[in-house]
Design a protein around this ligand. Structure first.
Ligand code: PEP
Ligand code: MG
Length: 544
């Protein structure tokens, strides 16, 4: 028999990088311990239907609070998950199915929810598409919430029992679990299931929480209270590490810290190549905290401000005053530095709560980015008016997302000129096109007629070049943003439009090993996540 204190190593998929250590907290979500599953008498049907309605109302309220907390503490993009949950739990056909079960089979609300929701969960989890499997997670999460609400349990177990710095071990991370992990309440997370593009991965990466997934059976194998080392760079988890393993892990932590410290020490100096060329290293941001972190890390400017956060999770689109206030507040710490604000890039994987869009069978190839703004010119107009106003306070540049045809950027330029004459704005911001489709890369000369600069969105450029959904783990092998094909497209743009300033704001720019190749393609500006600035500047300094 295995001694329960001997060292054991488990291997899984790294879905959010980093190193973490602590005592395990094994979190089981077994609803059977709640006495909510039973048959009822005909005379109790009405009372049970009422309990179900009350549970739905309570869960909807809790989800609304949760969405607000996530919006404030993590990211407005992610709070959209909870708005989707509210819609799902109030879905009329799903509710009708549960009520029918209570009435016809004379079972408790708990039993009916369990049967109907589990059925839907199984349907979704057997589907191929990653997005369908995520929906299965969402339904599982809702089943938990409803049954807990019926049982009168309000406090979340993680809130009540997770001790600071613990390594959380659980089968899968539900969106509603994640709020209890903010502020590094856990040092790492180990999961039985979950892909790179799952909600769990998204949350963990946003929070800088190391996470390894795909270790089947770990919940049964590892009880709470065991020492654990989690290497989410390599995908390994060691339970009950021996002296040697502890020593190796500490050394790895120290090496990482040293690299980080060394890069930090020079992060406020310019990134100059060995041949003396200065490369601007900017930051990609979504909210004010990112801008503050970027400045702390030595950003030379803000290379991509994704304004989607201001819009997502709102019932109505942001109006002029609100947009002006939000953008001003976010960018204020970067006053005096160049800032690049991207027009709203909504559609595809970024949900849009306040316009009833017609369903599209393939949203990534549908109306997203500038295509969407052309359809709702009032949204474009408000943004341009705000950006023109901000030009008097900031060194402002405007980025147009998903430019595919030269006319996409030409029309924005015309709208901007009209807005400038209307508002009597004298200084016009510089206008740039995001190069995110092969068609845009191959028509650079025609696009540059209307643009002052180009910025490669290599995340989408890779997705559209390789026909591989950036969210779908099943086609991960096709999604290679450092492939020669991508560099070939960069070089084509450089050769076809040699005068125009070029930058990259996709994930590729944050890979130290890719920097030299990127600079060889004539790119003079890199824009990366704030924590990556020091290491990217350091990588530039090693280039010839
Ligand atoms: C990109 O596509 O590379 C990009 C920077 O835009 P986003 O990731 O917001 O789509
Ligand atoms: Mg993009």
């Amino acid at each position: 028999m295995r001694d329960e204190n001997t060292s054991r190593t488990f291997s899984g998929k790294p879905i959010s990088p980093g190193l973490g250590q602590g005592w395990t907290f094994t979190y089981r979500k077994d609803l059977r311990r709640f006495d909510e599953f039973y048959d009822i008498e005909a005379s109790n049907i009405e009372a049970e239907l009422k309990r179900f309605e009350l549970a739905v109302a309570e869960v909807s309220r809790d989800l609304k609070d949760l969405a607000n907390r996530v919006r404030e503490e993590i990211d407005a993009n992610l709070s959209a998950v909870f708005h989707a949950h509210i819609a799902m739990v109030n879905d009329t056909s799903l509710k009708a199915e549960v009520k029918k079960k209570i009435r016809e089979e004379q079972v408790s609300a708990g039993s009916a929810i369990n049967m109907i929701f589990r059925l839907w969960e199984r349907r979704f989890s057997s589907m191929e598409a990653e997005i369908a499997r995520e929906k299965a997670d969402d339904i599982h999460d809702l089943t938990q919430r409803l049954v807990l609400s019926l049982a009168g349990v309000r406090a979340h177990e993680l809130e009540a029992r997770l001790s600071p710095g613990a390594v959380l071990v659980t089968s899968r991370l539900m969106p509603s679990d994640t709020i209890f992990l903010t502020g590094r309440k856990a040092s790492a997370v180990v999961l039985e299931t979950g892909g790179k593009a799952s909600h769990a991965a998204l949350f963990a990466r946003e929070m800088g929480l190391p996470c390894v997934a795909g270790i089947k059976g770990i919940v049964d194998a590892v009880p709470s209270g065991k020492p654990a080392l989690v290497d989410a760079d390599a995908g390994n988890v060691i339970i009950n590490p021996d002296q040697n393993e502890k020593k190796n892990f500490q050394e790895k932590c120290q090496r990482k810290d040293q690299v980080r410290l060394k890069a930090r020490a020079h992060s406020h100096e310019p990134a100059t190549t060995k041949s003396g060329k200065v490369i601007s290293v900017f930051a990609n941001v979504g909210q004010r905290e990112d801008v503050c972190e970027a400045i702390k890390n030595g950003a030379d400017g803000i290379g991509l401000y994704r304004v989607e956060n201001i819009y997502l999770g709102r019932q109505e689109p942001a109006d002029y005053a609100c947009l002006l206030k939000e953008i001003w507040k976010t960018l204020a710490p970067a006053k005096g530095l160049p800032v690049y604000v991207r027009l709203l890039d909504i559609g595809a994987d970024k949900p849009f709560p306040f316009k009833k869009k017609q369903r599209e069978s393939n949203p990534s190839l549908g109306r997203r980015g500038i295509r969407f703004l052309h359809e709702y010119p009032e949204l474009l107009q408000t943004q341009l008016d705000v950006l023109l106003q901000l030009t008097s306070d900031f060194d402002l540049h405007v980025l147009v997302p998903m430019v595919t045809l030269p006319s996409d950027i030409q029309s924005v330029k015309e709208h901007m000129s009209d807005a400038a004459s209307r508002t009597k704005t004298r200084a016009m911001p510089k206008l740039g096109a995001m190069i995110e489709t092969p068609a845009a890369a191959l028509s650079a000369p025609a696009i540059t007629v209307h643009a002052d600069f180009l910025s490669f969105g290599t995340n989408d450029l890779t997705q559209y070049t390789f026909a591989a959904d950036r969210e779908n783990i099943a086609v991960d092998a096709y999604f290679d943003d450092a492939h020669d094909v991508i560099f070939r497209l960069l070089r084509i743009v450089r050769d076809d439009a040699p005068q125009i300033p070029l930058s990259i704001c996709g994930e590729l720019a944050s890979r130290p090993e890719a920097i030299s190749k990127i600079l060889n393609c004539g790119i003079t500006t890199l824009s990366v996540a704030p924590p990556s600035i020091p290491k990217v500047k350091e990588a530039v300094r090693h280039c010839n």
